[in-house]
Ligand binder design. Structure first.
Ligand code: LLP
Length: 417
């Protein structure tokens, strides 16, 4: 559920007409609904009301400071995967004790930064990483809270690029080897074992893989107890899907019920790292139709937004709903919506029945709040687009459109040329 609805023929974000935002900010533009963000956070939070828990929003899905601040205000923590994400989260005012740090390739300077910031825990993804964190912590006189990210070998039944919990994935430590690594960690003076972590994939549309994972983790927790290691936190990662088209993922309440049921006897503090579920349907990308073109075999609607602004269709063949910002077109056409980039893979919708857009029409690409702006690039030297947040009848630019000057920031022409 979201707050992008028509009033008459005009698409609104909450109480603000999209055309009003475009008149001020131009296109392409990402628009986020604050009420939708808050509502999704609360739905996830309430799903776990019965047990101690923290929702550590996965910053990679949408790292805009205003989005982070929205969740932090509601009591959220964050899941980060880089020093840059930590910087953003701290800028937005996160409580460092609600920060978990995941990722297979943490660098020394990032580890040090996180230790100095006083984060809750590192989700450790390899044997060597355990040694590095212990070493860095020792060098600066800190103790690092850690969990081992366990790879449970469960199939989340999602797109292969966003499947992470199978044995063949680069993520985590195989569950069969986890006990040995916990034993090693126990002997390391600058580590404090406080949790177990896993994340099996993204855009999951079923609860069963989460439950299967917990069943496997429980055996590990028993093993740890036998070794005299008692943990406080069970981090179950993110991954709950959203509706882009016709998929029917479980609601947070259903997901929560199954997980609480499966974990309550453990008496652990649960951590979650949802990304897409909180922000996906809270954002849209709005572009403008520049031209329409009839090819021999296809119709094309050429827009000013492109794969550099929203990479998901090109990268994963993802579906994003297409809606007219002013619903005044007569009839529909079957067409590809493409951007100006010089690649055949530059499309935002393919072979889609869409309104018969004409030049100047504004087009909304729905469910673009997650992995939209954060995956955007400057390819073809296109400035990154503006981001706007709407709250009720107010809106504000929360990231200015890049300028062409910014495109060359840091570049120099060497004296020898
Ligand atoms: N925790 C970890 C360790 C992760 O790697 C991820 C996502 C999340 C949490 C959040 O997962 P979510 O709740 O959003 O499913 N770019 C892809 C998605 C990549 C997901 C990467 N990891 C896409 O656009 O579909």
């Amino acid at each position: 559920m979201h707050h992008f609805q028509y009033k008459g023929n005009d698409l609104f974000a909450e109480e603000v007409a999209i055309k009003e935002i475009v008149a001020k900010v131009g296109t392409p533009v990402y628009i986020y609904s604050q009420a939708t963000l808050a509502r999704h956070f609360k739905a996830m939070d309430e799903a776990f009301a019965a047990v101690p828990h923290t929702i550590c929003y996965s910053v990679k899905a949408n790292s805009n400071l205003a989005v982070l601040k929205t969740f932090i205000n509601l009591g959220g923590g964050v899941d980060i995967v880089s020093g840059g994400e930590l910087f953003r989260a701290l800028k937005a005012g996160v409580d460092p004790q609600k920060v978990v740090y995941s990722g297979v390739g943490k660098k020394d300077d990032e580890i040090e930064y996180a230790l100095n910031a006083g984060i809750l825990m590192f989700n450790v993804e390899s044997e060597q990483e355990l040694d590095r964190i212990n070493e860095v912590a020792g060098r600066i006189g800190k103790k690092a809270g850690i969990a081992i990210r366990v790879n449970p070998d469960v199939d989340p039944e999602t797109h292969p690029y966003i499947t992470t919990g199978l044995k063949k994935a680069k993520f985590g430590i195989n569950i069969e080897r986890a006990l040995d690594q916990y034993k090693r960690a126990k002997a390391m003076p600058h580590l404090s074992i406080i949790g177990i972590d896993c994340h099996i994939g993204s855009q999951l549309t079923k609860v069963a893989p989460f439950v299967d994972t917990i069943k496997k983790l429980k055996r590990l927790i028993t093993g740890l107890k036998e070794m005299g290691i008692s943990i406080k936190y069970l981090d179950l990662g993110g991954g709950l899907g959203i509706q882009y088209n016709d998929e029917l993922p479980p609601l947070p309440a259903e997901y929560g019920k199954a997980i609480v049921e499966e974990t309550k006897e453990l008496g652990l503090h649960l951590l979650f790292e949802p990304g897409r579920n909180l922000v996906g349907n809270a954002g849209i990308l709005v572009g403008k139709c520049l031209f329409t073109k009839k090819g021999d075999e296809k119709n094309f609607v050429i827009v000013d937004a492109a794969m550099n602004d929203l990479a998901r269709p090109s990268l994963y063949g993802s579906f994003h709903g297409v809606q007219a910002v002013n619903n005044c077109q007569s009839g529909t056409v079957i067409a590809d919506i493409v951007g100006p980039i010089c690649e055949s893979g530059d499309f935002l919708a393919k072979d889609r029945e869409i309104p018969a857009f004409t030049q100047g029409d504004l087009i909304a690409f729905m469910s673009a709040g997650a992995y939209g702006f954060t995956m955007s690039s400057n390819y073809n030297s296109r400035p990154r687009v503006a981001e706007v947040m709407v709250k009720g009848s107010q809106f504000e630019v929360v990231r200015a459109r890049e300028t062409v000057e910014e495109l060359i920031k840091g570049e120099t022409i060497p004296a020898f040329l």
